[in-house]
Design a protein around this ligand. Structure first.
Ligand code: GDG
Length: 498
């Protein structure tokens, strides 16, 4: 198969490591976090190749270059930096990416700040990425561009006469046409995306939204097919459009969660919080993750069902993210005030505390221990591209007796609907009632549901995701694309209506 011979060049906004400068001038390197890094690290570790991205710190220096070279060597693949100055970071990353695309694509148009300078710098920075790619990649390489920060890179690469195959994967949702058309640069962005050879989305719903936007803004473009891959005819070129639900390294999670150290730490958590069910929420600090709604649902649960007090506690981990953006600081304050209010209302002095709140990053072992200890995962984003935490939780639930409560508006809901309890995160009474149902669910139903979840995530793991994306990029004849299996057909046919 062709894909085996091609070197992969992964391109994303950030490199998969964070570089900090200590006061003594030396550089400290930490592994990056977030969904994209979790998904792609196993891929480059297995295949080798190059990862191009911003090192996460403005400016450049010889020491940083040296640290990058050392990190590349130990990582087993090449790290190629794209250096950005402070103004570029402000306008491109904080501005266009996080004040326009992130809220708009998560259905939160009222939070958008459509500043024209943001767009101009976004174009400049995307050109800079394309120039670095041209310096590092050969025509035989497969260039795989990731996410909403880099939607113009395909067009910029073509302008530089790049002849490689270029794929793009959008990790966040693609919005419905009536939201997308609010974007002042809507036609330019659609044009840019149609310069890739393959554009991948998390779900069929996202692809459907994209196709509707193309139809609305570029009526001359014709489409063919409607299965997992469809084709847009753009002049003489063909652009493939597919849905590829991203996943995790299921076996790695399962193996690590099964180690005696993780089991012991999970047991310790239960000893610290005895005689109650543990409900777990883990999210990056972000207004799309629905943390205040979730806390309100917890309040509603204890107010309406007093008998459940002392029978369960929520462990809410909030991982710092985009801390320098004012809205994120305000969100943190809102969450902390809510936790204080709920605990203040229901706490039993010297005994039960309803919500255990932790603001900070967990090590991988701690994360796994929390996954293993939790009887119920409560994952209720208001909108989410996929949500890997949901899949990681199931993979780590080795006893198969836990319950996943999942938002209908997470991309993962389509795939996991037959095992998870789906909720509307805006409906706090429904979330509270579903928590009660999860608490009271008998072991046979819990096992049956968790087995279905684990089977699906094991079958469609991160390696399936990479293979199906690469295959969609390289196969000559689309009829050669694997016939949908039952579960994939399920993914295709059972898309939720929203
Ligand atoms: C974007 C899309 C899509 C979290 N806290 C810690 C930690 N994590 C890891 C989790 C998981 C990842 O970060 C979070 O992934 P999500 O998918 O839940 O969310 P986003 O970061 O918003 O990711 C999302 C994803 O891209 C992939 O396409 O699913 O919809 O928004 O892997 O394990 N890891 C460690 N400590 C923590 O405290 N070690």
């Amino acid at each position: 198969m062709v894909r085996g011979r091609n070197r992969v060049v992964v391109v994303s906004n950030r490199l998969p490591f964070v570089f900090h400068k200590d006061p003594d001038g030396s550089w400290r390197v930490e592994p990056g976090s977030g969904g994209l890094v979790s998904a792609l690290l196993p891929v480059l570790r297995h295949r080798g190749g190059t990862w191009i991205g911003w090192p996460g710190t403005p400016g450049r220096s010889e020491e940083l270059e040296r640290t990058l070279a050392q990190t590349s060597e130990s990582a087993g693949y090449t790290l190629q930096p794209v250096h950005l100055d402070a103004e570029e970071v402000h306008n491109f990353y904080h501005g266009f990416a996080n004040e326009i695309i992130w809220p708009l694509f998560h259905d939160l148009q009222s939070l958008c700040n459509f500043d024209p300078t943001y767009w101009r710098v976004y174009c400049d920075v995307n050109r800079k990425f394309a120039q670095t790619i041209m310096e590092s990649a050969s025509n035989e390489d497969f260039i795989w561009v990731h996410d909403y920060h880099l939607m113009n890179v395909g067009a910029e690469l073509r302008a530089l006469r790049c002849r490689s195959k270029i794929g793009f994967f959008l990790h966040i949702p693609f919005p419905p046409v009536d939201l997308f058309v609010k974007l002042p640069w809507r036609a330019k962005l659609i044009d840019a995306l149609l310069h890739f050879d393959l554009v991948g989305f998390q779900t069929l719903r996202d692809r459907r939204n994209f196709v509707q936007c193309v139809r609305a803004l570029k009526s001359e473009i014709r489409f063919q097919g409607k299965g997992q891959i469809m084709v847009a005819h753009v002049g003489k070129r063909e652009v493939r459009l597919g849905a590829f639900p991203i996943s995790i390294d299921f076996n790695a999670f399962m193996r690590q969660a099964a180690t005696p150290q993780i089991a012991a730490r999970a047991k310790e958590l239960h000893t610290l919080l005895p005689k109650r069910k543990l409900v777990l929420g883990i999210d990056r600090l972000d207004y799309t993750k629905g943390i205040p709604h979730r806390l309100n649902a917890f309040h509603n649960l204890f107010a309406r069902y007093p008998k459940l007090r002392e029978r369960l506690s929520l462990i809410q981990v909030v991982v710092p993210s985009r801390e320098d953006i004012p809205e994120y600081g305000e969100l943190k304050t809102t969450i902390e005030q809510l936790v204080g209010r709920i605990n203040g209302e229901f706490v039993r002095p010297g005994g039960w505390v309803p919500i255990w709140y932790f603001y900070g990053s967990l090590t991988r072992s701690e994360l796994l221990a929390y996954y293993r200890a939790a009887d119920i995962a409560l994952i209720t984003p208001l909108r989410d591209g996929m949500n890997l935490v949901a899949k990681e939780y199931c993979a780590s639930s080795i006893e198969e007796d836990c319950v996943l409560i999942l938002s209908e508006f997470a991309g993962a809901a389509t795939q996991l609907r037959s095992g998870a309890l789906l909720v509307n995160p805006f409906d706090i009474e429904e979330v509270a009632d579903t928590l009660k149902r999860a608490c009271e669910m008998d072991i046979a139903e819990r096992r049956a549901r968790m087995r279905r979840l684990r089977r699906s995530i094991r079958e469609y793991d991160i390696f399936w995701w990479v293979d199906s994306f690469m295959h969609a990029a390289f196969t000559r004849d689309l009829s050669d694309f694997p016939a949908p299996t039952t579960s994939i057909e399920e993914l295709a046919e059972s898309s939720l209506p929203f």
